[in-house]
Ligand binder design. Structure first.
Ligand SMILES: [Zn+2]
Length: 235
């Protein structure tokens, strides 16, 4: 995945909004969000080439995990970043997921940025340039194809625009995030079009308390593919 935004909000019992575009080689096979693991119930898209996922929600425990390559063209190593997301999302709780993350063999993965969060707390991890796990400063967190400590213009601009949405809620916020993901501003826009590589799908989901309250998914470029409401299995 190539841009991942997380917005924390205080409303109600607390909300965490995730807005993300997955950028990939256009011919890399994948499946739209589905049940990935039965117990605990883990839901997300499946990368059929690597067997993992780019974004997963643990519906039983109420947390999400997402990953971006920390560099465009980040090299593949012997372990799959997408499998890492699936493994971490399959833990029983966010603290358990965090503990597993702390135990991984970092150099065996290509460069990645990873987000692990629920409405109460968001954690960021990376192995580029050195293994790091840190609690995120909220309310807006943005991950892209740059090292976490050195976000590029694309990531900084997206974070700034997401930060300006503090006054929005509900459908207005969902719609504004969808429009942001579909944006073509700048030399490296959030919605990437390429002949062989580009944005292949897009997600806007909301965690409210310990529940995924809404899950919107566009199975193509978000500028031309309508977001649809994904029906979730009962946790
Ligand atoms: Zn587009």
């Amino acid at each position: 995945m190539c841009i991942l935004l997380a917005l924390s909000r205080d409303s109600g019992g607390g909300e965490l909004w995730i807005a993300a575009n997955r950028d990939e080689h256009l011919d890399r096979p994948w499946q739209p969000p589905r049940v990935l693991v039965e117990a605990p119930l883990v839901f997300g898209g499946r990368d059929l080439a690597g067997g993992g996922t780019w974004l997963a929600a643990n519906l039983d425990a109420g947390f999400v995990v997402g990953v971006t390559n920390a560099r465009l063209g980040a090299e593949l190593r012997e372990r799959s970043r997408g499998r890492l997301v699936l493994d971490i999302a399959s833990e029983r709780s966010l603290p358990d997921a965090l503990a597993l993350l702390a135990e991984i063999e970092w150099p065996r993965y290509g460069e990645f940025n990873l987000l692990l969060g629920d409405p109460d707390m968001t954690w960021l991890a990376t192995n580029d340039p050195v293994p790091t796990i840190q609690r995120a400063e909220r309310p807006v967190v943005a991950l892209g194809n740059d090292p976490l400590a050195k976000p590029g213009e694309r990531v900084r601009a997206a974070a700034e625009r997401a930060g300006s949405m503090a006054g929005l809620a509900g459908e207005a916020l969902a719609g504004t995030l969808q429009a942001l993901l579909a944006d073509h501003d700048g030399v490296d826009p959030l919605c990437r079009h390429g002949e062989r590589y580009g944005t292949v799908c897009s997600t806007v989901l909301t965690l409210s308390g310990r529940k995924v309250a809404s899950y919107l998914f566009a199975p193509g470029r978000p500028c031309s593919t309508p977001f649809q409401t994904v029906v979730l299995p009962v946790a």
